[in-house]
Write a protein that binds this ligand. Structure first.
Ligand code: AVI
Length: 332
């Protein structure tokens, strides 16, 4: 059941014009950058789904294993009658492991910037879980999230569900800010169930972000395709190559697009010079040890309760709450 006569709450429009200045400023920096959110147009989101199926990108597999094995225990921590808010819900795949285990959910609130996956997920969930109240929000979860009145005023406990290691696409200080914002949104009984990729050897990380079938390369190059289309630019995609780098100092994998030759590129009404070998940094994926991530979440006033890892120890899902006292014993 979708609330409010199938209406989707639109927070704002998503014209590239709103980010044009971010593009121009980013390309003017000594280390050229592009906003990572531009990777996720409809085509980019489709390619990302393909990345998730690859052998090299272990993240989806490891996290799915964790949900398959531990969803019943997670559900016990969440309890009955909660409102589940999922920022950046995509096609709402991971929540489907949890929903059958949860008793009497008050509502599920997916927040997604692209209409297509949001509609698809509402459709699939309505069929799979008839009676589940779905309150879809079409919007950018990085901006302030506005939840419709009766859900936000509800006294039900609210769970922020943020799987997929998307938190890793924010710097640690941005991530802490985001979690603090969500802690406020979800109120005094806020709970957080979040998937976070672990620090590990460089080789495994680089392979995950530069898969052997070139799918991640296509995903990264698609940002230029999008900018050509939406910001009147003339990037020649054959003159850039994808590169994944591990920045040890910052604890993050970086995706870059490296210029294959000296060239000039027009974007909107500006010209940018690229030297051969010069790169555009398009996305960062921060990796955390459990200790580092607990410290980060605690900065946002979330109390650590428990975490679960896959059998290879590649990935973790953490449960935090804001209750003064934990009803479940803490894990060391
Ligand atoms: C969406 N996000 C968690 C992915 C990641 O692992 O940082 C995006 C991605 N970029 C390249 N591969 C996957």
């Amino acid at each position: 059941m979708i609330s409010h006569n199938q209406e989707i709450y639109a927070e704002e429009s998503f014209l590239i014009t709103s980010t044009l200045s971010e593009i121009l400023v980013g390309l003017s920096r000594p280390q050229k950058t592009l906003p990572a959110k531009l990777l996720y147009d409809d085509h980019g989101s489709q390619i990302f789904e393909e990345i998730c199926q690859t052998q090299d990108y272990y993240i989806t597999r490891a996290e799915t294993e964790i949900f398959r094995e531990h969803a019943p225990e997670m559900a016990k921590f969440i309890g009955q009658g909660a409102i589940i808010i999922e920022p950046g819900s995509g096609v709402s795949e991971k929540i489907r492991y949890l929903l059958p285990e949860l008793n009497k959910i008050r509502a599920y609130v997916p927040i997604e910037i692209s209409p297509e996956p949001l509609l698809k997920s509402c459709d699939v969930l309505t069929r799979q879980f008839p009676g589940l109240e779905i309150v879809p929000i079409l919007g950018d979860f990085e901006k302030e999230i506005i939840i419709p009145g009766e859900v936000s005023r509800s006294s039900s406990k609210k769970l922020i569900f943020f799987p997929g290691s998307t938190i890793g696409n924010f710097s640690p200080s941005q991530a802490a800010l985001l979690l603090r914002q969500w802690a406020r949104l979800a109120g005094k009984d806020a709970m957080l169930l979040i998937g976070v990729d672990r620090k590990k050897g460089r080789e495994k990380l680089i392979k995950a972000y530069d898969d052997q079938n070139g799918i991640t390369a296509d995903f990264n190059l698609n940002i230029l395709r999008r900018i050509n289309r939406e910001a009147n630019a003339n990037f020649d995609l054959t003159k850039f190559s994808h590169q994944a780098r591990y920045n040890d100092h910052k604890g993050r994998v970086e995706m870059h697009l490296v210029s294959r030759e000296d060239q000039m590129v027009k974007v909107h009404d500006s010209l940018f010079r690229f030297q051969a070998g010069e790169s555009i940094h398009t996305e960062s994926s921060y990796k955390y040890t459990p200790r580092e991530f607990k410290t980060l979440a605690e900065k946002a006033q979330f109390n650590y309760v428990k975490h679960w890892c896959d059998r290879e120890g590649l990935f973790c899902v953490y449960f935090f709450n804001r209750a003064g006292t934990h009803h479940v014993q803490k894990q060391a």
